[in-house]
Design a protein around this ligand. Structure first.
Ligand SMILES: Cc1cc2nc3c(=O)[nH]c(=O)nc-3n(C[C@H](O)[C@H](O)[C@H](O)COP(=O)(O)O)c2cc1C
Length: 380
């Protein structure tokens, strides 16, 4: 089966199988953006099952872009924490990949200060209670690209095998590409090609900082669910341009890999995303894989819970799969899939909340975060 075969990235690094731990924010780091022991244990235990790669929770590159109390890769003081994280992630042989992000207009005001939120344009997100950010100056945008570059350098120094740029899920890189969030008329917006400029500049900066022998990945939302958002055709053009930049993989972020639509910005978790099952040849994964055409590996994610699901996503054109909620709920998910004992995979978090943190090695604050969105994570 393809899922058990190794994959060699363009940069030369080899992933032993096709399974990666998806980026999973814990919202449970220290206030200064260093990882807690609980967070290290969360990923160490899950990676121990034999994943080919582990992608970290998203690390902020600038304090003013923090969307949760997660890890940072924003300055040299984060280096020891990043080193410990890379070691925990790769203890069982997984490639360790650091995801880096900026929150832009969905940064959390309580973390960064009410007045500090900045984004491509002064347009509030559709999320309930969202505040209107300040539009960034050209100099601030160039500075933010520099912060992504610096974060990639820190990742290299910390011993990571690579970096994934969080270009999906409505964070800043996505916002620059979105005509809903980006109303600029300068180099950074106004036309489709200009709305790509930020993503491409960040990708180039990260590649430059990593050098040719580390993995550079980019996560993309394949289109916006909102009627005035960017389309799959737009994302195809972005992926075509990204694939020219020596990237190692492009990760397609979907709530469910079988479905036609990604989650919208105003997603509620207690109802499924309104979306229809999609024919294999019409899948956003297939469409983007066609454009990328082997120039970078394609990673799929969303609702992959079994080996058969992973094969299904690969059948749609993916080369790799990322596993999120399934491995939150069952830390031994990978070893059970490898050992063909899928029947024993835990299907949800226990009802008794006191059991969750200790038994499943989930940081207590992350448990609160998971349970604060009913319907997000299945319960037994
Ligand atoms: C607790 C939690 C935290 C997440 N944090 C991130 C993140 O930091 N970066 C990111 O790109 N996606 C994040 N996601 C999205 C997942 O990586 C994944 O794409 C999504 O959950 C769908 O895949 P799944 O059905 O396997 O969970 C998070 C998801 C969950 C459940």
């Amino acid at each position: 089966m393809v899922v058990w075969s190794a994959l060699r990235f363009n940069c030369g690094r080899e992933m032993a199988n096709r399974f990666a731990i998806a980026p999973l924010t814990t919202d449970a780091s220290h206030e200064d953006g260093t990882a807690t022991d609980d967070e290290l244990e969360f990923v160490r235990r899950r990676a121990a099952g034999g994943f080919g790669a582990a992608i970290s929770s998203a690390a902020y590159v600038e304090q003013d872009g923090r969307s949760w109390q997660g890890i940072g890769a924003a300055h040299d003081a984060h280096l020891p924490s990043l080193r410990r994280l890379a070691e925990a992630m790769r203890a069982a042989g997984a490639l360790a990949i650091l995801q880096i992000y900026d929150g832009g207009r969905i940064a959390r005001p309580e973390l960064i200060g009410e007045q500090r939120m900045r984004a491509p344009s002064a347009v509030a997100s559709l999320r309930p209670g969202a505040r209107t950010p300040r539009a960034m100056t050209h100099e601030e945008i160039v500075g933010l690209i520099g912060s992504f570059r610096a974060a990639a350098s820190l990742a290299r120094k910390a011993g990571f095998d690579g970096v994934e740029i969080h270009g999906a899920n409505h964070y800043a890189v996505h916002q620059f590409f979105s005509p809903r969030a980006n109303h600029r008329t300068d180099h950074w917006g106004g036309t489709l090609s200009k709305r790509m400029n930020f993503a491409l500049a960040v990708a180039q900066a990260v590649r430059d900082a990593l050098g040719p022998d580390l993995i550079a990945g980019f996560r993309v939302t394949p289109f916006e669910a909102e009627a005035d958002g960017y389309t799959l055709e737009d994302a195809k053009q972005l992926c075509d341009e990204l694939a020219r930049l020596d990237l190692d993989y492009i990760s397609v972020s979907l709530d469910d890999y079988r479905m036609s639509r990604p989650a919208g910005e105003t997603r509620v978790y207690d109802r499924p995303v309104e979306s229809a099952h999609v024919a294999v040849d019409k899948s956003p994964i297939t469409e983007l894989a066609r454009v990328i055409a082997g120039r970078a590996a394609v990673m799929a994610s969303g609702g992959i819970k079994t080996c058969a699901d992973a094969e299904g996503a690969i059948g749609m054109g993916a080369d790799l799969v990322a596993i999120g909620r399934a491995v939150v709920v069952d830390p031994e998910w990978m070893s059970k899939v490898r050992g063909s004992s899928e029947a024993s995979i835990l299907a949800g978090l226990p009802q008794d909340e006191r059991e969750i943190a200790g038994a499943l090695s989930i940081p207590p604050r992350m448990v609160e975060y998971l349970l604060s969105r009913p319907g997000w994570i299945p319960r037994l």
